[in-house]
Design a protein around this ligand. Structure first.
Ligand code: NAD
Length: 472
């Protein structure tokens, strides 16, 4: 593609705006179309607002335990309205930042809803009813996702059944919150509302919450959540929800036994689905499966010149994966340095629970299933000075390494700062590093990161700050 040629990006979330910026950096003339607000789900109603609320909830929970660290906190209260205002201020600041970045990169932002009218032809319906037609040799679809509503009787149209967007903007913390789905959204929102004093019950159909995370560490998180008052029922499939004067009554099949649960609000967190219904993909000849746009490793769809990234592909629905795919798609669309494949191996998963939980690469279950020979090294945060200082001793770092060559296959961290620390694991996997290479990297002291190095030492049966298992 020649300098100044047009690229149109549909969707201004972390995938779309990143793709637009990268394409502009490479000299393309970029138009970015967004139907709601720049920043997409992540900045406006997802990652960022959730973490604002979780931060206040976590601080509130910590302050209640202030005496443990020699502090006295009297008359401790939370102010939900002030938390909501802060959430909005953080959101607005980040959205303004994205708008500024678009201006600085000379990206033309069009507010409106895009729809294909033909191969590489679009029409954008703007808020004032006007429409604009666009054609471009390269189009990157980054349309994102919306909450999925399960076909459970009594959920659709029930004012007490809310999705994550509504949960983040409730007028007050509900007294009793039931959560359908023990995935990432369920666990994060359950954690926050429980820390603010709500009686929370999670109903998860599968045998364990967070089914894609490492099972050993998930069990520790679950026990910790239960200890702090969150009721967790696994193997509990919600069959129906009934509206009651005060809220809702949930009927769940708990391993053959029917149980009922009453709640003021019911958070429905059973996954998200691609937001591609209004794109008229058929007009562009773009192949999809139940709304999920099919792409190859170059983020190309089957239609020439059309790329798709992020949640709308129905692959990993994570903002950081979308951004990375956005850079890949932009580079391939501008196409100066040959084709670049997207490598998903180093995508970390981060769960903002209490404590935080993060993982990258293979879990022990997956390594076993794949029949890969592996060695595990674990290190408890109770043996890490910095974690102890921060009151974050409940947690573990677990490293899974290839038995023969010691290559890092997976890193799983439960504990304080896990979502930041996991970057080292992602780097190790991306570089195909070995446990020995983590060991030979000197980690600062006192830091929680030392626990990562100790877990790598434990892989080789030579951890310094814990006794080593024989034969490890
Ligand atoms: P999810 O797929 O992670 O979890 C949904 C859970 O609901 C599953 O465990 C499923 O078994 C359960 N379920 C489905 N039907 C049920 C029923 N009838 N009764 C009981 N349980 C039922 O989905 P989510 O938590 O809604 O999250 C959506 C997406 O957003 C995910 O892809 C997630 O990765 C992403 N997300 C990521 C973050 C983060 O990275 N921190 C935060 C929020 C959301």
């Amino acid at each position: 593609m020649e300098k100044g040629e047009q690229i149109v990006v549909i969707g201004g979330g972390p995938g779309g705006y990143t793709a637009a910026i990268r394409a502009a950096q490479l000299g393309a003339d970029v138009t970015l179309i967004e139907k709601k607000s720049l920043g997409g789900t992540c900045l406006n109603v997802g990652c960022i607002p959730t973490k604002v609320i979780l931060h206040s909830a976590e601080m509130f929970a910590e302050m209640k335990e202030a005496r443990k660290i020699g502090l006295k906190a009297y008359g401790l209260e939370y102010d939900w309205d002030a938390i909501q205002k802060r959430k909005e201020a953080v959101r607005a600041q980040l959205v303004r930042g994205v708008e500024g970045l678009c201006r600085a990169n000379r990206i033309r932002v069009v507010s409106g809803e895009a729809k294909f009218t033909g191969p590489r032809e679009l029409t954008v319906k703007k808020e004032d009813g006007a429409s604009e037609n666009l054609t471009a040799p390269r189009i990157i679809i980054a349309a994102g996702s919306v909450p999925a509503i399960p076909p459970v009787p009594g959920i659709a149209g029930n004012e007490h059944c809310i999705d994550s967007t509504a949960a983040l903007s409730l007028p007050a913390v509900p007294e009793r919150l039931a959560v359908i789905g023990g995935g990432v959204i369920g666990v994060e929102i359950a954690t926050a509302f429980s820390q603010f004093g709500a009686k929370v019950t999670i109903l998860e159909a599968l045998p364990e919450i967070l089914p894609s995370m490492d099972g050993q560490l998930t069990a520790i998180l679950r026990a910790r959540m239960e200890k702090t008052g969150v009721e967790i029922l696994t193997g509990a499939r919600v069959e129906s929800v009934e509206q009651t004067p005060a809220g809702a009554r949930i009927k769940a099949n708990c391993g053959g036994e029917i149980k009922y649960f009453e709640a003021d609000k019911v958070l429905v967190a059973v996954g998200r689905k691609p937001d591609t219904g209004s794109l008229n993909l058929a007009a562009a000849g773009v192949a999809e499966d139940k709304g999920k746009i099919s792409v190859n490793e170059y983020m190309e769809t089957n239609a020439e010149g059309v790329y798709a990234i992020g949640d709308c592909t129905g692959r990993v629905m994570l903002a950081h994966a979308a951004s990375a795919q956005g850079e890949t798609a932009a580079e391939n669309a501008v196409g100066r340095a040959g084709k670049k494949a997207f490598d998903p191996r180093s995508i970390p998963s981060c769960v903002y629970g209490s404590p935080e939980f993060a993982g990258v690469g293979l879990t022990e279950e997956k390594a076993r299933e794949a029949g890969i020979g592996y060695t595990v090294g674990t290190f408890p945060l109770s043996a890490n000075g910095k974690a102890l200082i921060m009151g974050g001793q409940e947690g573990v770092v677990k490293i899974i390494a290839g038995k023969q060559h010691g290559e890092i296959l997976g890193v799983h961290i439960l504990g304080c700062r896990a979502t930041d620390l996991i970057a080292e694991g992602a780097l190790a996997i991306g570089l195909e590093a070995t446990a020995e290479e983590i060991i030979s990297t000197i980690h600062g002291h006192p830091t929680v990161s030392e626990a990562v190095r100790e877990a790598a030492l434990a892989v080789e049966g030579r951890a310094i700050h814990i006794p080593n298992k024989k034969g490890n």
